[in-house]
Design a protein around this ligand. Sequence first.
Ligand code: APR
Length: 253
Amino acid sequence: MEISELEQLLSGARSLCVLTGAGVSAESGVPTFRGPDGLWRKYRPEDLATPEAFARNPLLVWEWYAWRREIIGKAQPNPAHHALVELETQMAARPGSRFTLATQNVDGLHERAGSSNVIRLHGSIWVLRCTECGEERWDESVPLDPFPPRCASGDPPCGALMRPGVVWFGESLPPEAWGRAAEAAAAADVFLVIGTSALVQPAAALPLVAKRSGARLVEINADPTPLSDLADLTLTGKAGEILGALRGRMNTQ
Ligand code: APR
């Protein structure tokens, strides 16, 4: 029933904006942050995901990101990722319509599934940034060598320590990414929020921006969140199963 309601809402959408969180990658084996086995249950974010933590102990922080790169490197996109690729394709075939996918995830699984123009609100675990010259490079090597990574730009090479190209607590989001996401949320007629606890700002404000601008808000999540009461439609369960079922229906139409 809910899936057919979702399907109906999506089939009428002209400006669809999607926000995803760690829950969309959970079925790919990538740990979430605040779930029962969430990373923040085992580790203290202030020790691992802040600029201060990196300044204090860069090796500890890098060892943690190296561990996450290893897990993510082995992970495969799941039916939720694939269904969003299909939705993007379907929207592209609808004249005058638009589709925007913004993610809090740094794992790159949306792109690996085939999504295009993904807005990476919190950066990417595959990007390394020099702490001195700011040079960035895309690097999917697991393990990293040298470890921790050093900047190779310039001649002679800069040689300074590189940091993960992700947004840490206390840091601002990339302005261009935030601007695109906020604009798309305000222009949406349907806003889909998937697999996020909706606790971390400013990303968690995007569904509210959309709702205030008149969009229908749909939440797909394993557990209730602060958005659940605001949503026009809530589908509780695993994103891979729910969006997998939706995709099955989209394909039979
Ligand atoms: N399908 C759908 N939802 C799921 C699934 C699943 N298979 N598994 C877990 N969830 C839900 C959980 O119920 C939870 O509400 O996904 C949500 C994940 O929430 P968090 O772990 O808090 O992750 P997220 O919201 O993405 O965190 C936001 O916080 O730690 C920082 O920068 C980090 O981007 C991250 C941000």
